[in-house]
Write a protein that binds this ligand. Structure first.
Ligand SMILES: [Mg+2]
Length: 402
């Protein structure tokens, strides 16, 4: 199996269409421009992390470029990448907006190339046709392939043949195994398991006790036995959720909203990547007492528009939020999922408005790109002070601040 993963995807997409940004640290911001949702390797090297508030990132790296996110565009770039993969093999699992698995059985003889050549070809073609770099890992199982691509980032290829699995795993920390989080890692450390190889060699009974059935499955995957085959024809999910603890207890509405907007961004990015639409959003808040309160919000039309989903969540928060109450977590769940292709045109043309809105904004951006930022802008954005205009206004896809 091959795992193909785009390097710093959102930031790479931005540098692909703004070559002048190459070599500069690039950060992509959440829809409200409150936090950094993605960063280039240069930005990472300066200490900027995903989820960091913008003001903190600016202080850390005043020379960095901060850009509003543009999920329609990232979705289009993702389609281009997957179209290239599809021309190599029909059997592909789209895992997320920027990574996928390929079934490589028989592919070597089909193209009369070695795995190394195939991996290098894929990287080169994607680079030539999209301007973004990817990393490719090839191994017996999806877990090994993912770890292989991770180990050669950015812009690398790594093949792990069956007989070299042990040597490969010996160099990888147990916490770098996909699915082993910080907590599980700490537990494993107590049992003196520090490398992925030690994990793969752990006694079945002990593994079962430490990590249950999923731990055992992971262990088999690491030893080269396929437990999780590729999902080539994915079923329609009942729901798509993005939730997390905030890592703090807070009664600051803006912090809650910042986290929610981060969740909405990731949720919409997954919907766009998988060509799915949602007709209903469930928003919930977790109180300091771990109690939950939630609100179901039907949407006017099936959509994966960031604006529509964000508007619904903002309105929902107004109804759900209570002053003086402490919150520790929040989340958004998309329900009533359908496929983009099967969507029927709605009576009032609202869905068409979504696409028309996108087309309009693309033209605005083209003009601004040619004649300078904010040659065309929304009236609302003009009322905001210039310094923060691009950061608050939702759409300017090319506004860059230094
Ligand atoms: Mg990636």
């Amino acid at each position: 199996m091959a795992h193909v993963d785009c390097d710093a995807f959102y930031a790479s997409c931005e540098t692909a269409r703004h070559p002048e940004l190459k070599g500069r640290p690039v950060c992509v911001l959440s829809s409200q421009s409150a936090i950094v949702v993605a960063k280039s390797y240069d930005a990472k090297a300066l200490g900027i992390t995903t989820g960091m508030p913008v003001w903190e990132a600016r202080k850390l790296a005043p020379q960095a470029v901060f850009l509003a996110s543009d999920f329609r565009y990232y979705g289009q770039m993702s389609d281009k990448v997957f179209a290239i993969l599809h021309s190599c093999t029909p059997d592909i699992e789209i895992y997320s907006i920027d990574e996928g698995f390929m079934d490589m059985n028989g592919i070597r003889s089909l193209w009369r190339k070695s795995f190394v050549q195939l991996a290098d070809d894929i990287r080169q073609r994607i680079w030539q046709q999209t301007g973004i770099t990817v990393s490719v890992g090839i191994a017996n199982t999806r877990t090994l392939a993912k770890m292989a691509s991770e180990s050669c980032k950015p812009n690398g290829s790594r093949i792990v043949p069956g007989k070299r699995i042990d040597a490969f795993l010996a160099d990888i920390a147990v916490t770098d195994i996909p699915g082993v989080g910080r907590n599980r890692g700490a537990l494993l450390h107590k049992f003196n398991i520090h490398t992925a190889l030690q994990f793969a060699r752990l006694d079945d009974a002990l593994m079962n006790r430490l990590m249950g059935r999923s731990g055992l499955q992971l262990k088999y995957e690491l030893s080269g036995r396929v437990v999780w085959p590729l999902a080539l024809k994915p079923e329609l999910p009942k729901s798509v959720a993005r939730t997390a603890s905030m890592g703090q207890v807070t009664q600051d509405r803006q912090i809650v909203m910042a986290y929610l907007s981060y969740h909405v961004m990731r949720l919409v990015s997954e919907l766009v990547a998988k060509h799915l639409l949602t007709k209903s959003i469930f928003l919930f808040l977790t109180l300091a007492s771990f109690e939950r309160c939630g609100l179901q919000m039907p949407l006017e039309v099936p959509t994966n528009s960031l604006k529509r989903v964000m508007d619904a969540v903002k309105q929902g928060l107004v109804r759900l939020y209570r002053d003086g109450v402490k919150y520790r977590g929040c989340g958004v769940v998309a329900k009533r999922i359908s496929r983009e292709q099967s969507a029927t045109t709605d009576l009032f043309g609202l869905m068409q408005q979504d696409t028309r809105q996108t087309a309009l904004m693309q033209s605005v951006n083209a003009i601004n790109r040619k004649y300078g930022n904010r040659t065309l802008s929304s009236a609302a954005a003009c009322r905001i002070k210039p310094k923060s205009a691009g950061l608050r206004f939702h759409y300017p896809l090319i506004t860059a601040y230094c």
